[in-house]
Design a protein around this ligand. Structure first.
Ligand code: VG1
Ligand code: CO
Length: 560
């Protein structure tokens, strides 16, 4: 077959955000819109593209299969040699990262809008991951964006029809060169990787019980996202968890109407089931399988920032890290600083990077980083270059198996040793964009006034002294690349912090995020409710920002 050149028109706004291009499905469905973006990704790869192999898969959301077919047709016409595609178009984000690394491909295209709802009236997304398996860094996404602004045509072979639902391999001749599409099992490679990282038999003993202890009862919720087949294979087939302990494990195009975001608001089902049931542990994952939420008995909530710190302090529970050693820890800037305490006490280097997993990649590639996380329910390690929900759950089960304690006791002990960073994030979704931008400008001008430094901010009896206010910028220690305007920070003398950011993953309007982090080491405070403890700082955060005046919002959409 031969390729065709199709004339197209430029679409504005194909700028990848924190994690790829995310828009409403109907935007992606406009004539040529998706084709343009795929062509731009391929073109940005330059000469390396010819004869290359790429991985393709996604979270199973509506429109995904259609886009897989488009990618096959466009990749064939652009000189790609081989595509490795997940069966039914299904690959979790961590699985894509695993497969890129295992087969040393040039990269992969991930079809997901992560935790955003799916369906004809909801969202879709396309993300490019590089040969290290991680989300493309800014210089690559900028290149893609520049190409979308001038694209005049794309190349396609319109009549390639390959059944992506069956595991098989097909090779055709395109303009005289072979082009192969290999449809692979969605789970095999990922499962093999997990088995090499964790001690499955000790986790299995924990879950099934032994003479020493009763079975540790878990409830795993796939939120109708991509993790279904992975949960089934790993937890049910490999670890022997009963069918009734894995729920929402069939990927649905609209996630069954769920908002597949594992937090206390959108995974309330899991919270209620754990509260009312016999469970010792609960976990949920987002649409594309890179986020996780961990709960203990009675739905004891482990904040992602604490989760990172506890795993950091217990990496010796996981065989992988015994082999590799602990090279360093990292967190995104707004993430609660609990892991900093572990790093300081154990003499391990800690890195702070901007929001978004792409910023961890260079540090990992250079061998400086073993474990990292974000407050947004992202936890992961250098086993791949994405955050990894199922990995996080297995990591927690390894720690529980090793310590032989409940999740709550593990946390209490951790706080007794390191003190506690109370953390909360307020999200105001779908605000008017102009209002949100005005608010950010207002905050920035307030915190950059010279007299702001050293000023005292009070709420009730609490007084906080400002150490610094700025717009966070970052220089990558490996390649010197810079990322500026990554969030407005107010740092206080006692280590407390307030951070404001606009989301880079939404598909309409603006989402304002307000992050509050505060450290306590008074033993009497360790058990307190985070919302109680943080109330004064939250009040200050809302006052400085004039959030209510700018946006008209009285209350956040989601609190995590
Ligand atoms: C959000 C989170 C960020 C995360 C990103 C992608 O970005 O805050 O921590 O890396 O989503 O996660 P933003 O720009 O909306 O705050 V996922 O699971 O969507 O791949
Ligand atoms: Co995700």
């Amino acid at each position: 077959v031969t390729s065709k050149i199709i004339e197209t028109r430029v679409y504005d706004g194909q700028k990848p955000g924190t994690s790829g291009l995310r828009k409403a499905v109907r935007i992606f469905m406009q004539e040529h819109y998706t084709e343009n973006f795929i062509q731009a990704i391929l073109q940005a790869l330059g000469e390396q593209l010819l004869g290359s192999t790429l991985v393709v898969g996604g979270d199973g959301r509506y429109y995904g299969k259609e886009v897989v077919r488009k990618i096959i047709r466009i990749a064939a016409a652009n000189g790609v040699n081989k595509l490795i595609v997940g069966q039914n178009g299904i690959l979790s984000t961590p699985a894509v990262s695993t497969i890129i690394r295992k087969y040393k491909t040039l990269g992969g295209i991930v079809l997901t809008a992560s935790h955003n709802p799916g369906g004809p009236d909801a969202d879709f997304g396309i993300k490019f991951n590089c040969e290290n398996g991680g989300p493309a860094p800014d210089n690559v996404t900028n290149k893609i964006y520049e190409i979308t602004k001038v694209l005049k045509n794309y190349k396609i072979i319109p009549d390639i029809a390959i059944d992506i639902d069956k595991i098989h391999s097909t090779t055709i001749q395109v303009d005289g060169n072979p082009f192969t599409v290999e449809i692979i099992d969605s789970v095999d490679d990922y499962l093999e990787h997990m088995k090499n990282i964790f001690d499955f038999s000790s986790i299995k003993t924990l879950l099934q019980g032994s003479n020493d202890h009763p079975a540790f009862k878990v409830l795993i919720n796939g939120m109708n996202g991509v993790t279904g087949p992975y949960v089934r294979r790993i937890f049910s087939h490999e670890l022997g968890v009963s069918e009734s302990s894995i729920v929402n494990v069939t990927p649905l195009e609209d996630f069954g109407g769920l908002h597949p975001d594992p937090n206390l608001t959108y995974a309330k089902d899991l919270v209620d089931a754990i509260k009312n049931g016999p469970y010792d542990f609960g976990a949920a994952f987002d649409g594309d399988g890179d986020r996780n939420m961990i709960l203990g008995k009675n739905a004891f909530f482990v904040t992602p920032s604490d989760s990172l710190a506890v795993l950091a302090a217990n990496l010796n529970s996981i065989p992988y890290f015994k082999k590799t050693g602990i090279k360093g820890y990292a967190r995104s800037m707004p993430t609660g600083a609990a892991v900093d305490r572990v790093a300081a006490k154990t003499g391990v280097k800690l890195y702070e990077v901007p929001t978004g997993w792409k910023y961890f990649g260079n540090l990992m590639d250079a061998g400086h980083l073993s474990l990292c996380g974000e407050e947004s329910f992202g936890t992961g390690s250098d086993h791949i270059r994405e955050k990894d929900g199922i990995w996080a759950c297995l990591a927690w089960l390894s720690v529980v198996a090793n310590l032989g304690k409940s999740v709550e006791d593990i946390l209490l002990n951790h706080w007794q040793t390191y003190g506690r960073n109370f953390f909360t994030r307020y999200d105001y979704e779908n605000c008017d964009s102009e209002a949100a931008n005005k608010m950010m400008h207002h905050i920035e001008s307030e915190i950059q006034k010279p007299e702001f430094t050293g000023s005292k901010l009070t709420s009730g009896s609490k007084v906080y002294v400002v150490k610094l206010g700025d717009n966070y910028s970052y220089v990558d220690p490996i390649d010197g690349s810079q990322a500026s305007k990554q969030g407005l920070r107010i740092l206080f003398q006692d280590g407390s912090r307030i951070i404001y950011r606009l989301s880079g993953t939404g598909s309409s309007g603006a989402t304002i995020r307000v992050y509050v982090d505060s450290y306590e080491d008074d033993p009497a405070s360790l058990n307190k409710d985070a919302q109680e403890v943080l109330k004064p700082l939250v009040t200050i955060a809302l006052e400085i920002s004039k959030l209510r005046e700018f946006t008209g919002r009285d209350a956040p959409t989601v609190i995590t």
